[in-house]
Design a binder for this molecule. Structure first.
Ligand code: CA
Length: 311
């Protein structure tokens, strides 16, 4: 079981699948959930998380609302055609968990990490604004972070917002660059692996008969399915954030490479994750001090989907 984990989410469709699995399986003990702008506003994301906490009977987990805009670039929200008007497909959630804390997500993150007796794993499945600000305000918390796992970025694939950038990194490239240039161990679960996992129409139909969450999964995934099939001719959905949750639960399903990562913070390449693949090089540039990150390159999609079907 992975304990001492904070999940930071902009709770849309794939976040909801990830949270369902994280909350209902016995593989995680979650310390807190924080929200951020992205697929929806940070406040709406908190309503959505609350809905899932109630659905899974896990309303003992603290929740904190985070940043509503990026650190230093214009705000960009996903169009409602992707995740539905409120982020959860056709579901409207206006319920707020009683575990909502009165402090901001950034304060919650700093407070929790600095006071924790054991190191915290930070799982980011939205833009990286909250953890980026937390590390800027209190850089010393890096010492008490086990790993930052990010759903985001692209290595050999094009992005999904621009040719260069994946949505979470694009939404706050400055924050993402703060993470990759920090002393923390960072793992990137990007489009190279998340687009290898496809929940087909048939798979989603099977999940729609799930005894506990079937109706929820059906209402949740229909909008995203329609968006991908109408615009990209894909007969299924990419459960991006769920793939990152699986990385946290079972690293044996993945292959990774090591390399320094730089996030481009301006121009047409805004949000590009550039990875240094060199084994040998001459030292003497600004890259030298950058810590190696892990970048996922392969995933056992069949096993991942089988596991999720069984939960
Ligand atoms: Ca997300």
């Amino acid at each position: 079981m992975l304990k001492n984990i904070i999940i930071d989410t902009d709770c849309g469709t794939d976040d909801a699948l990830a949270l369902l699995y994280a909350l209902d399986s016995d593989k995680f003990k979650i310390t807190g959930i924080t929200t951020v702008f992205g697929n929806v506003t940070a406040k709406q994301a908190a309503f959505n998380v609350s809905y899932i906490l109630r659905l899974t009977g896990k309303e003992n987990i603290p929740l904190a609302i985070g940043q509503e805009k990026p650190i230093n670039q214009p705000l960009r929200h996903s169009p409602p055609s992707i995740h539905g008007e409120y982020g959860l497909g056709t579901i409207t959630s206006t319920y707020m968990s009683k575990t909502l804390r009165s402090i901001t997500a950034v304060e919650f993150i700093i407070d929790t990490i600095s006071k924790s007796k054991e190191k915290i794993t930070f799982l980011s499945i939205g833009p990286l604004t909250n953890i980026g600000l937390a590390l800027t305000l209190r850089p010393e918390i890096a010492e008490n972070i086990e790993e930052i796992i990010i759903m985001g970025g692209a290595y050999l694939k094009n992005g999904n917002v621009t040719p260069a950038a994946e949505a979470n990194i694009y939404s706050d490239a400055v924050a993402a660059e703060k993470i990759f240039s920090s002393p923390c161990q960072v793992t990137m679960v990007g489009l190279d692996v998340t687009t290898k996992v496809i929940m087909s129409k048939k798979y989603l139909e099977t999940m729609s008969s799930h005894k506990k969450y079937g109706a929820f999964i059906k209402s949740l995934t229909s909008t995203f399915y329609n968006f991908l099939s109408e615009n990209f001719n894909i007969n299924g959905i990419f459960p991006h954030d769920l793939v990152a949750i699986f990385y946290a639960a079972d690293k044996s399903l993945f292959k990774t490479i090591n390399g320094r990562v730089y996030v481009n913070t301006q121009g047409l390449m805004l949000g590009q994750t550039y990875i240094d693949r060199r084994k040998k090089y001459i030292k003497g540039t600004e890259w030298d001090n950058r810590k190696h990150s892990k970048v996922c390159t392969e995933v056992n999609a069949e096993k991942l989907l089988d596991e999720f079907r069984k939960f």
